[in-house]
Design a protein around this ligand. Sequence first.
Ligand code: DQA
Length: 145
Amino acid sequence: MKILVLHGPNLNLLGAREPGIYGRTSLAEIDAQLAAWARQRGISLSCAQSNHEGSLVDTVQAAAAQQTHGILINAGAYTHTSIALRDALLATALPFVEVHLSNTHGRESFRHRSLLADRAVGVVCGFGGLSYRLGLEGLVAALER
Ligand code: DQA
C-alpha cells in the first residue's frame, strides 16, 4: 500500500510556530513517527510539504500518476480557501483523510469551514501530532476495507 502525506503552508515551521497551539514537535519528527508506524506495517509512505498552492496541486496530481492509494493531508490555511486543492483531490478520486493539529472548530470562525472535509473519508483534528497518526490509521483501515 502506498500513501502520500501532504503538509501545506507554514507546517514546515512546526515546533517553533505558535507552540501553544501547534506544540513543540517538528514536522521532521512527525514524518519520522509516521514513517516508523508505516514501516512496521509494510506501507510505503512518502511525505511532502509546500507553502505554495500550485505545488500542492502538482503533488496531488503526481501521486495519482504514481499509483498512490490514498492521501493524508493537512492543507493548513488552504483547507479554508483552496478550491484548486479540492478540485485536484476530487480529480484524482483518491481516498483522502484531512487532519489538523489544532481543533479548528474551537478557533476563529474562518477556520470552521473546510473546502475538503465533505469529500474526505474522515477528518481528525485537535490531537496535536497524534492527529496525523490517528488519521493515517483511519485511512489505512478504510483502504483495507
Ligand atoms: C492547521 C489549522 C489551520 O487553520 C491553520 O491555517 C494551519 C494549521 C492545523 O493543523 O491545526 O496552518 O491546519
